[in-house]
Each structure stands twice: as C-alpha cells, then as structure tokens.
Design a protein around this ligand. Structure first.
Ligand code: PGA
Length: 255
C-alpha cells in the first residue's frame, strides 16, 4: 500500500451463514474494530441476509456488500437481484466476476463487464475479481488472462469508471485451497494490473485499491499487505470467524 490508498479488508461469506451466526460474527467484528480505525472493513453476506446484516452494522463503520448482481435493471429475470435493490437494502459494494461465478456459473468477460456497469449505474462500488487458473499460470498465461479480463471491462465502461471501483486479484489456484500466492507472486500481478490501468490514466491507476484474495489468513496477511501494490484482502474462509477476520484487519492496521 502507499499513503494515497487506504487498506480495505472485505469478507466474502460465500454461501455460508444463518441469522444467529451472522449476529455472533458481526458482534465479534464490531467489538474488535476500535484498534483499526485506518482500515476500511466490508462484509458480503448472501442475499437473504443483507437487510438483517445491514441492521447489525449500519451504525458502525463496517460496510455492506453483495456477492453478485444482475446485469439487468429490472423485469422478468426470475431469481436475479438488481443493483438498485442492493442499494435499497443498504449495500455500498458488490463483488462482480468472482472466479466461482465465472467457472461454476459460466459468467463471461462481457457479462462481468455488464454487471460492473450496472453496479456503477446504481452508485455501488464494484469489486472486480480477476485471476488465472493453475493451468494458465503453468502455461505462463497469467498476465495475458488478467489483461483480457481487465480489458473487457475497460472497453465497456472506460477507464474513468475505475476511479469508483475496486479490483481483486484472486488466483483461482489459491482460493479455498490453503495455497497462498507468495507476496512476490501477488505483487507482480498487482503491479501488472496497475500498469494496465496506468497506460490509460495514471491518476486512476494510482488511486484504485487492488485487493489480494486466495487463502489470506492472519499469519500470512502482513507479508502480502506489506507489498506496495496490495491494498487489502478479499477473504473467504477466514472471514467466517471474527477472530480470524480481525487478525487480518489488525495486520493491515499494523502496517
Ligand atoms: P479464500 O476465498 O480466502 O477462502 O481462499 C477467497 C475468495 O474466494 O474470495
């Protein structure tokens, strides 16, 4: 991180949680936050809990985000949730293009770009996820894959949109596997992403927060967050227990 960007630590709860457990988790997070005032903190529960979790965190500085959004505005899209609805229940952020959405649910680069735009149109901050599979890394295609994923969004929205967005680099091979990218591996890709944006607009590139995601935990967070282009974390497994999540928030606060 540099002085011009704040850290953001975001919990992606994925398809986990129920009311009583969410309450316990949020109470735990809120109780431990005082020492980390300089770190932005976000939780992303499943859709059905957004309103109740909003009630739990509304009076705090913990922000609320969703894990996905429809690219459509409204109408006959059974089972989908629009950006305006997310805004209406208290979200300020939304994750778009998570690798689980891309691989398990077939989301394409163009669809992700449309979701990114839908989020911005509703005044939500999109967290655009990008990342390569193990196969792609081994074939030395990491930078090409990331470039393609970012270019699809830049082509659809223009570079200025990234002044109101967050990017998350999540190597697919590190998600939920316990295999974490080394700080150097992650920094290389973060630097590549910032370079791609800088080629279009240096100020936007310098300001955008780029999070790392993939098996980040309390004991590896400082090494990653200490790298110059890593501005926070998108946390899956370690976001489900307040002590684990707070350990990452504290690691950010200590840098
Ligand atoms: P993980 O998930 O921390 O459990 O690896 C990260 C993510 O998928 O956002």
């Amino acid at each position: 991180m540099t002085d011009m960007r704040r850290f953001l630590v975001a919990g992606n709860w994925k398809m986990n949680g129920y009311e009583a457990r969410n309450r316990e988790l949020c109470d735990g997070i809120l109780a431990g936050l005082a020492a980390a005032e300089d770190v932005d903190v976000l939780v992303c529960p499943p859709y059905p809990f957004l309103a109740s979790v909003n009630g739990l965190v509304r009076d705090s500085r913990v922000r609320l985000g969703a894990q996905n959004v429809s690219e459509h505005e409204s109408g006959a899209y059974t089972g989908e949730v629009s950006a305006a609805m997310l805004k209406d229940v208290g979200c300020t952020y939304v994750i778009v293009g998570h690798s689980e959405r891309r691989t398990l649910f077939g989301e394409t680069d163009d669809q992700v770009a449309a979701k990114f735009r839908a989020a911005l149109d509703a005044d939500l901050t999109p967290i655009l996820c990008v990342g390569e599979t193990l196969e792609e890394r081994e074939a030395m295609e990491t930078e090409a894959v990331i470039s393609r994923q970012i270019a699809a969004v830049v082509a659809a929205t223009g570079i200025d949109a990234f002044a109101s967005a967050v990017i998350a680099y999540e190597p697919v091979w590190a998600i939920g596997t316990g295999l974490v990218a080394t700080p150097e591996q992650a920094q290389d890709v973060h630097n590549h992403i910032r370079g791609l944006l800088a080629a279009e607009n240096a100020d936007v590139a310098a300001g955008v927060q780029i999070l790392y995601g993939g098996s980040m935990k309390g004991d590896n967070a400082s090494g990653l967050l200490g790298m110059p282009d890593i501005d926070g974390g998108l946390i899956g497994g370690a976001s489900l227990k307040s002590a684990d999540f707070l350990a990452i928030v504290e690691a950010a606060a200590g840098l």
